[in-house]
Ligand binder design. Structure first.
Ligand code: GDP
Ligand code: MG
Length: 308
């Protein structure tokens, strides 16, 4: 039987809005970036992060139907290994504790995920509800979907790739946000995090070209972003840790970097909805992951005792 809806939900007075922070967490490859991209692609403004919490990585804002969700990325929660990951984990934990809703994304093809608090060894549970989401449902044949119903009855099913279930997920998140005025202007686009988002697209493109050992060695920085010019001029640098990695990224006679540049440019053009000239470079920053200053430069917050 359907529970009766409280009268207020149907007759909410005009002007009541909901807003809050949504932390997106999950193992590498669960599909977090794909989901964020899809939400961005649907209806999204990207704006600058709240000034008092620059460590929080706002990757997108979705405002619709009186609800505004500020999506934050939390890399590093489920893979603490190097100094980099430790720094990331600390940031991720802070994001979790500030969140109003936690989206825990898992790859449906791996079966029922370990509960988040256990998987991330979180001692103090965050106040926010955890919404477990099984992604890549497009890869699961109907017979196995039944198994998932049994092993994982509370999880939402989506395909970030095809968009299946994403609209419902957005509605569900919205319903869990606290009553609040919008925290950002509905349509504002701030260059600050647009830069971040562009650098993530470039990084993602670079990762597509690399085997599994290398990804953590890749960082990306947007050095110049002329938003008003047509085409939009963007100079971006992909940083790697070793000459050998640089060689891989550049490829024979520069073939691979040309390919990457083209593919990253197409993604950025989609995001900005404008023609883009992408001036892409690869540079070596030796062992940047083990260097506190380079980590901070790329936006990671180091735990105090790890600061060199
Ligand atoms: P992240 O590491 O959690 O950010 O994961 P990504 O968004 O980078 O996705 C990892 C891989 O899974 C990429 O190759 C995506 O194309 C793929 N992927 C993401 N979402 C889906 C989905 O819904 N279905 C399928 N089939 N693949 C997906
Ligand atoms: Mg990602």
């Amino acid at each position: 039987m359907m529970p009766e809806l409280p009268a207020t939900s149907a007759t909410a007075p005009a002007g009541v809005t909901h807003a809050g922070m949504v932390a997106v967490v999950g193992k590498p490859n669960a599909g977090k970036s794909t989901l964020l991209n899809r939400i961005v692609g649907q209806k999204l403004s990207i704006t600058s992060p709240k000034p008092q919490s620059t460590r929080t990585r706002v990757v997108g804002i979705h405002s619709a139907n009186g609800a505004q969700m500020i999506l934050t990325d939390t890399p590093g929660l489920l893979e603490p290994r190097y100094a980099l990951q430790k720094a990331m984990r600390r940031t991720a934990l802070e994001v979790l504790h500030e969140a109003d809703v936690i989206l825990y994304l898992a790859d449906a093809s791996e079966g029922a995920p370990t509960p988040l608090l256990e998987a991330a060894a979180i001692e103090r549970p965050p106040r926010a509800p955890v919404v477990t989401v099984l992604n890549k449902i497009d890869m699961i044949p109907p017979s196995r979907r039944d198994q998932l119903d049994i092993s994982c009855p509370d999880a939402r099913r989506i395909s970030a790739r095809t968009g299946e279930g994403v609209a419902q997920l957005i509605d569900e998140i919205a319903s869990r946000l606290p009553e609040s005025p919008f925290l950002f202007p509905e349509e504002e686009i701030g260059t600050q995090s647009l830069r971040f988002f562009v650098s993530e697209l470039v990084r993602e493109t670079a990762l597509e070209q690399l085997d599994e050992e290398v990804p953590y060695s890749v960082a990306c920085e947007v050095e110049e972003f002329r938003e008003a010019s047509r085409p939009v001029y963007i100079r971006a640098v992909i940083y790697v840790e070793r000459e050998s990695q640089k060689g891989i990224l550049i490829g024979d006679g520069g073939a691979r970097i040309r390919d990457m540049g083209r593919s990253a440019r197409l993604k950025i053009e989609k995001l900005l909805d404008a023609p883009v000239y992408l001036d892409l470079w690869v540079k070596v920053l030796a062992n940047w992951r083990r260097n506190a200053r380079s980590l901070e430069r790329f936006g990671f917050t180091l735990p105090q005792d790890d600061r060199a």
